[in-house]
Every structure is written in C-alpha cells, then in structure tokens.
Design a protein around this ligand. Structure first.
Ligand code: G3P
Ligand code: MG
Length: 249
C-alpha cells in the first residue's frame, strides 16, 4: 500500500506526556517524557469553539484546568487564559493548554515520535479529525516518520484516512467490537491499540495474526509491563516512563 512506514516503535510511549510526573497534555508533560527517556509521546487532540486544535483529554475543562464547563464552548483566547498546571502541582503554575502547532514544533525539536489521538467532543468527530490533521500534515516534514493517528471514534478514524491517506492509523479500542477485523482491514491500520486490562495472551495473538503490532494502554508498573510485553505487545503507553525505565529498550 501507499501508507508510510511507522518509525521504529519504542517499548515505552509517554501517555498524555508523562501524566504521573507533569500535568497531562501540556508542553511541560512532553518535555518531562523526553527527559525520562521516552522516544514517543501520546496526546489527546480536540477543537476549541473557534476550531483550533489543542490538547485536552476530557470534554470539560474542570479536571485539568482552573476553568469549568464544556471545552467545545471555549475560544482559543479564553482557553489560553486558563491555568492547566496548578491543578496538578504548584510547580506547574502558569502552564497553558497547548495548541497542536506548539506540540508539533516541540516534538520535532525534541526528535520525539508522536501518537495523535483524536479525541473529539461529542458531535465533532469528523471536523476534529479534518481540521487537526490538515494542520498537522501542513507542519510535518517529509523527512521524519509520520505521526501515528488513532481514535476511539469511528467517524474520526474514517475522516483521518481521507485527510492523511498515507499516514499510519492506529485502531484504538477499549472493549473489542465484533467488527474489529473488518475495521482493521477496511482502514488498513498500521497498529492495534488496546486496553491492557481487557486483554490476555490469546487475544493479543489474534490481533497480531492480522500482521500488525499491538500497543497497550495504560501500563504503569514493571510487573504489568513485563506481563503485557510477554503477550507479544510491542509498546506500552505509560504515565511514568522513568518508573518503567527497567523495561525500556
Ligand atoms: O491512546 C491510548 C490512550 O490514551 C487511550 O485512552 O482515555 O487515556 O485517552 P485515554
Ligand atoms: Mg489518549
């Protein structure tokens, strides 16, 4: 196929940056992941009210900023006035919700790989993938392995395949849907990204029988990492790259 190859998959991928050590989905979190030796980071991408792609996991601002209410109603200017660090620790006071542009510039500067998880607010599945990936594609250099693009949202992943036809996709699931094989083939995904807590050695073998590497979230202890990697998983998403340094490589 015409799909670009993934760069080499590292065993550890920093989850939301390094979510145990720095506020999730911030530039400080991405820097922390890199400082802890992570070669890739995973981040969650959604749109502001004025259609600017930013990093945020939840549909609402409440947990990860000093604001409240739905993220989809906030303009970029209003969002940028919020503090996205103090909720985590006073050491991160003043940290902002980053734009996708800032994030891409930072991962390029730090030479990190990135998994862009499209995390649309409800009803914005297609436009979130469309806007975010059009922008990401315009910024990404040809001489670097492309981002891995994933989403739990079927409509976002379908849109991703249209907007960035040559970029690798990750089929991201929690509970395995009955039509998973059909989706994997139809989208020609490059990886299958699963919830470690819902899988076992046999289910990982089934995913791998499609010829694709399997990535598993979220793995925060060395024993769990050893078990999951022992099932044949290629990479684990972790909140603590430093805590899993023993299994990095
Ligand atoms: O993409 C892997 C993982 O981040 C999916 O779950 O809720 O942490 O975005 P969540
Ligand atoms: Mg995520």
């Amino acid at each position: 196929s015409d799909i670009l190859p993934l760069g080499p998959l590292p065993r550890l991928i920093g989850h939301r940056g390094a979510a145990r050590h720095a506020p999730e989905n911030t530039l400080a979190g991405i820097r922390m992941a890199a400082a802890q030796g992570a070669k890739w980071v995973e981040v969650d991408v959604k749109l502001t009210a004025d259609l600017v792609p930013v990093l945020m996991h939840d549909d609402t601002l409440d947990r990860t900023t000093d604001g409240t209410g739905p993220a989809k109603d906030m303009t970029l200017d209003a969002l940028r006035a919020l503090d996205a660090g103090s909720w985590f620790s006073p050491a991160f006071r003043g940290e902002k919700v980053p734009t996708l542009v800032e994030v891409i510039q930072l991962v390029l500067a730090l030479n990190l790989g990135i998994n862009l998880e499209i995390k649309p607010c409800p009803g914005r599945e297609e436009e979130t993938a469309g806007v975010a990936l059009t922008l990401a594609y315009s910024l990404w250099p040809d001489d670097r392995p492309p981002p891995l693009v994933s989403s739990f949202a079927d409509a976002s992943l379908d849109m991703a395949r249209q907007v960035v036809p040559r970029w690798p996709l990750g089929y991201l699931i929690d509970r395995r849907p009955p039509n998973w094989r059909q989706r994997v083939e139809a989208l020609d995904v490059s990886t299958i990204n699963v919830n470690a807590r819902r899988e076992d050695a046999a289910s990982i073998r089934e995913y791998k029988s499609t010829g694709r590497p399997v990535l598993a979230y979220t793995v925060n202890t060395v024993p769990m990492a050893r078990e999951v990697l022992g099932w044949g998983v290629s990479s684990v998403f972790t909140d603590t790259p430093s805590g899993l340094a023993g299994i990095a490589g």
